[in-house]
Design a protein around this ligand. Sequence first.
Ligand SMILES: Cc1ncc(COP(=O)(O)O)c(C=O)c1O
Length: 366
Amino acid sequence: MKIPFFRYPHVFEQHREEALAAFLKAADRGAYILQDEVQEFEETVATFTGARHVVGVANGTDGLMLALRAAGVGPGDEVIMASHTYVATAAAVHFIGATPVLVECAADHLMDLDAAAAAITGKTKAIVPTQLNGRTCDMAGVMELAKSRGLLVVEDAAQALGSRFRGQCAGTFGLAGMISLYPAKLLGCLGDGGLVMTNDDGMAKQLRLLRDHGRDAEGEVVAWGVNSRLDTVQAAVLLAKFKHYPDEIARRREIAARYREGLAGLRQMALPPGPDEGDHFDVYQNYEVEAERRDELRAHLAERGVGTIIQWGGKPVHRLSGLGFEAASLPRTEAIFERCFLLPMNTSILADEVDYICDVIRGFYE
Ligand SMILES: Cc1ncc(COP(=O)(O)O)c(C=O)c1O
């Protein structure tokens, strides 16, 4: 068998005819910038997630940057986040002039709340929990901590569209939340794209100004802004794909359950929580496992046609060079990065392929 980690052509092929028709409908009208499809897609996601407002932007990184900026975070402020996140979370903070403060993650690989609490100083302005791998943090705990210490919460929900904690969607707990629409994400477009969700009317207004050169609905410039709009043709394709999104989440949850069954009892591995555990509704952007002899296991899988990756090129943010975190030491996160990697998890994976991967892993440890 040949099971690549991700099948990029599938992002388009999967719903090819519908996506093509949607693209042509926009392109044939010459509808490229902030046309009807953008608003329709924003409203569709708002209905799906329960967010009061959704604002389409050029990519997730911009979305987080604009949300933090609209929230008033800036020079002199510290922003707490887990080091087990994409460099983009920290870069968004850096580029508004604030300082990212990196903390440990817990056993489920999401931000450790005690570590976040311990990192709060007089300069801390916000917490940015990453809703990693399609799982939402204990947002009751995050919101309580933020409230008790007078901090803002802006969620990096890049990997978590439709993920829920106690029935509420990722991205809708804090002042704002960002979703990435990068091709390999849960809902991927044919290039870059992103969303910001907020329940705050003032934030939504600010975000709409910020993403479009500070122009209001009449086209009048009333504030400083940038160019970070979700393309209309991308919104058209996303709308077509979104019809299938609930089924795709269900499919990912089935695959997760199948991995859990196939790898049950293997003491050499730690698996992500199952799809129906506790307060969480996980949507499995990724299937991130921990494994003994990880590198040998990955080589064994590769020799048998199975592609895997280690998230973020194998390093948490505080271990990336050139960013100024050389002095940071996060031993628990570092220990996880000795063991963690991602098994294939996407809607192109077949049940037989999951079974094969589980057999190959079992064969390795036997
Ligand atoms: C956790 C996390 N944060 C931020 C981003 C950045 O999103 P984008 O690539 O859309 O800018 C990504 C994905 O790429 C991500 O996985």
